[in-house]
Ligand binder design. Sequence first.
Ligand SMILES: NC(=O)c1ccc[n+]([C@@H]2O[C@H](COP(=O)([O-])OP(=O)(O)OC[C@H]3O[C@@H](n4cnc5c(N)ncnc54)[C@H](O)[C@@H]3O)[C@@H](O)[C@H]2O)c1
Ligand SMILES: O=c1ccn([C@@H]2O[C@H](COP(=O)(O)OP(=O)(O)O[C@H]3OC[C@@H](O)[C@H](O)[C@H]3O)[C@@H](O)[C@H]2O)c(=O)[nH]1
Length: 388
Amino acid sequence: MASAARLDLDGNAIKPMTICMIGAGGFIGSHLCEKLMAETMHKVLAVDVYNDKIRHLLEPATHPWSDRIQFHRINIKHDSRLEGLIKMADLTVNLAAICTPADYNTRPLDTIYSNFIDALPVVKYCSENNKRLIHFSTCEVYGKTIRSFLPKDSPLRQDPAYYLLKEDASPCIFGSIEKQRWSYACAKQLIERLIYAEGAENGLEFTIVRPFNWIGPRMDFIPGIDGPSGGVPRVLACFSNNLLRHEPLKLVDGGQSQRTFVYIKDAIEAVLLMIDNPGRANGHIFNVGNPNNEATVRQLAEMMTEVYAKVSGEPSLEVPTVDVSSKEFYGEGYDDSDKRIPDMTIINKQLGWNPKTSLWDLLESTLTYQHRTYAEAIKQAIAKPVAS
Ligand SMILES: NC(=O)c1ccc[n+]([C@@H]2O[C@H](COP(=O)([O-])OP(=O)(O)OC[C@H]3O[C@@H](n4cnc5c(N)ncnc54)[C@H](O)[C@@H]3O)[C@@H](O)[C@H]2O)c1
Ligand SMILES: O=c1ccn([C@@H]2O[C@H](COP(=O)(O)OP(=O)(O)O[C@H]3OC[C@@H](O)[C@H](O)[C@H]3O)[C@@H](O)[C@H]2O)c(=O)[nH]1
């Protein structure tokens, strides 16, 4: 239960504030809303076109927080109510975006509009009304590592100087324009630069978050169950879907790319620290990830297969993975980040935050949720005769 006497990192009492959260109905937004309702006295003006993932917080009206969360069904592309909500709030958190790689090369215009053009009014309203902004960018702004351009046998490949991703030092390295995969990263980079410039020239109080593969319950959708049957979500949902349907997990280009995965609940702790400690968070760009949870996509597939067998009690397939080319899986114009390890210096220094949950543990709780939520629906969908 929320207590009025919460203290910030400098020992001062935290005053309850009103937060305009755009994209509150998504994966990260739903967890942030949960945290804010359960542990703080902050109010949330939740803006999104969907609210399925936060419905449990909005109904029934008997929740102790029912007067602290309001849902506004607004498409920020074209709705004049947005400025009023930002003016009403002390802080705006912008999460709204198209952020699934399958869209970057197949819907590049929508991707660029969503991640850059649609975010512009949000930045402008915050700047003009002297409101604080926490904007969600991405670890994809780093693109590829310097290491990936070194010869395969170079000993420098083992040197973190060539792969560790640092907010204030690493370059942003994208592929050529026809590799439309980078439309998302490039749009996010430009909005970061714009926000930074608003801070420098007009005094906007901002924080930029670069999430490194946050994963957990409610991420994306399971195709054919709570999303389009031909849809391609992010890797956690793709692999969950394969496991639930007893199909081999598809490894794009051999599954050699490396990622670090952080549990959503750990990452949300970091966001709450930013919200509650403006003096330490304003003007900063933060990597938020778990450098200890690195795996190749192949290793992730193998671990998810093992964990799923444990939590479902169902044996795994004899051949649990299958290779697929990126062209076949994502289409023309796909490209990939080779390796993503966040440097943690800035977030450690400013907010004292460190992730806690191991990859195995976070997969165990997430796949338990996936099994409980979807296994029955998948069984029924598979059993249903196909309409002729
Ligand atoms: N999950 C991650 O690991 C991760 C990694 C890097 C960056 N991010 C960034 O974090 C943010 C949130 O990501 P997420 O994983 O929760 O994604 P998500 O797709 O689950 O959530 C985004 C939400 O924004 C809403 N939205 C999009 N366009 C909108 C519009 N025009 N008007 C109103 N609402 C709109 C969507 O309906 C959705 O609910 C995004 O900006 C994303 O780029 C996430
Ligand atoms: O079924 C699948 C799905 C994905 N993959 C691979 O798994 C890796 C991770 O894929 P994800 O779908 O999670 O997406 P990425 O990590 O590439 O990008 C994500 O990272 C940061 C955020 O900004 C976005 O949420 C998204 O762009 C990629 O190498 C992808 O090619 C598979 O091998 N098989």
